[in-house]
Structures are given as C-alpha cells and as structure tokens.
Design a protein around this ligand. Structure first.
Ligand code: FPP
Length: 267
C-alpha cells in the first residue's frame, strides 16, 4: 500500500498542472527542507560525491524561486549540519567553496527578487572567508520584504537549544519569568513562524537534529526524489500532500469536536 507520508518520485503531471491544484489560501508560511541524497545521486552516475552537491545547487535555485513566487514567507534549507564537520576535509572544503560561489553568483538576482538571506546555526564556526561572504549577503538583503531564506549552516537543533539556554542564563532571566514564547525568541529563528511543513528528500524517515523545537507541530513529507533531481513539480507534490493533511495541533478536528460535544451526545 502507498505510504501517505511519502510522495512518489515521478508522475505524469507537469508542474503547471500541479500548481493549479494548490489552494492559494493554504500555502504554508514556513517550509523547511532537509536536502538529502546528493551522494547517492552522484554514486548512481559513478561520479564523486561532490558532483551531487554541485548538482544540488540547481534544486536550491528552483525551490527558492518557486517559494518566493507562491508567497511562502520563510524557507529554511539544511545546507551543512554540525555533524557534517565529520566528513572528509576535501568534501567540507568543496561545500564551503560551493556556498561562496552560490552567494557570489546568485546574490544580485536574490536581491532583485526581494529575498532576505539569513543564516541559522553557528556561522562563527565557518571559515572566515565564508563568514565574510555571508555577512555581505545578509547586509545587502537586510531590508528586503520578500521570502526570508534561512540557510542552516553548522546547524544542530540540540546546539540551538543549548545556545538559547546560554543566552537566557547570561541575561539573568529568572525561571519563573520564562515561558515558551520567551524561549523561542532566543532561538536562531526568533520572530519567524515555526515551519508548517518539513520536506525531506532522499527517502529517509528522520529529522536529523533539524529545527527540533520549531517542528513540534510541523507536517513531515518525505520525498523519494534525490535532492539534485528535486524540481518545482516535486515541491508542488509535497505542498499538495501538506494541504491534504488535517492539522489539529493536539486538538480535535472541527467534525470530531461537534460529534463529541456533550450537547449532541445528550441529544
Ligand atoms: C546531504 O546529502 C546534503 C548535504 C550534506 C549538503 C547539501 C548542500 C547543498 C545542496 C549545496 C549547498 C547549499 C546551498 C544553500 C548553496 P548527502 O551527501 O548526505 O547524500 P547521501 O545521503 O546520498 O549520501
């Protein structure tokens, strides 16, 4: 039987047809993406792993452009996790170069499209030359009012929670003064809506230390498509799957609430 948490890799519909099926009133405000499968994409083609990362840039470009066009407010992509520092130095160096190249080549167009670039994670752990490039992109796009594009770099969900706790302690916040909203304001995503939808490509059913606090009520859609093959039709498929879901945030659906109401039960 088809697994409803997964979107199938390919169908016959094209992107325009899929987009027409979307309900424009129910576009998620925040979409977060775990871009997985670059290595497998390269292996299938007998190419080095890094060729998969490079090919993945085309998917980044298309997803950013499409999210901006359909009025998603925030897009977060998991570009480099804290755990990724364990990869071979050559692969890390390649990823850092790729990131710089991406910013250098795309910044003008992102800026023209009013995209605001942000980094979530521990950017101070990145090579200084990458930090400089990112700081420039953040500064140039600071006033933009379109899509907020969070690039998660040297990011770990647990580390983010620890960083928030450190800040609270440093600021001398008293335990009795702390609530969930106050905690969320110390996260890297302060002032942003929580993700409504997490898309993971590459077929694995894991959250991999990604936005642990923020995805408490997010819908998770796993796509079997490997990241370098992920295109707007696959994004639309994930959005359609999201729109089919009923979000209850721990409560009841409107129908269940009516069926279960004492007035009705008692007649
Ligand atoms: C996971 O695939 C992917 C990454 C660790 C890196 C993702 C980076 C990019 C797509 C490029 C840089 C991004 C931006 C925003 C410019 P994997 O290597 O773990 O794949 P596998 O599971 O098939 O081995």
């Amino acid at each position: 039987m088809a697994d409803p948490a997964r979107t199938t890799s390919r169908g016959t519909e094209d992107a325009d047809e899929l987009q027409k099926q979307l309900d424009p009133q129910r576009i998620p405000r925040h979409v977060a993406v775990i871009m997985d499968g670059n290595g497998r994409w390269a292996r299938k083609r007998r190419l080095p792993r890094v060729a998969g990362h490079r090919a993945g840039i085309d998917s980044v470009r298309e997803v950013v452009e499409t999210c901006g066009r359909i009025d998603v407010s925030v897009l977060t992509v998991y570009a480099f996790s804290k755990e990724n520092w364990k990869r071979p130095k050559t692969e890390i160096d390649f990823l850092m170069d790729l990131l710089r190249e991406y910013i250098r080549k795309e910044l003008d167009e992102l800026h023209a499209n009013r995209v605001r670039i942000q980094v979530v994670g521990r950017p101070h752990e990145l090579p200084p030359i990458v930090q400089t490039e990112l700081a420039r992109a953040i500064e140039v796009t600071r006033e933009n009012t379109g899509l907020v594009f969070n690039i998660a770099l040297s990011y770990g969900g647990r580390a983010e929670i620890v960083d928030a706790c450190r800040e609270l302690i440093r600021d001398g916040v008293r335990p009795e003064d702390l609530d969930e909203a106050g905690f969320a304001r110390r996260l890297y995503t302060a002032d942003q809506p929580d993700p409504d939808l997490v898309i993971r490509t590459g077929g694995e059913m894991r959250v991999s230390n990604f936005l642990l606090w923020q995805i408490a009520y997010a819908e998770l859609v796993v796509s079997d498509v490997l990241w370098p093959d992920f295109r707007k039709r696959d994004l639309f498929r994930a959005l359609l799957e999201y729109q089919r879901r009923e979000r209850r945030f721990g409560g009841l659906s409107p129908r269940e609430a009516v069926e279960g109401s004492p007035a009705l039960v008692q007649g």
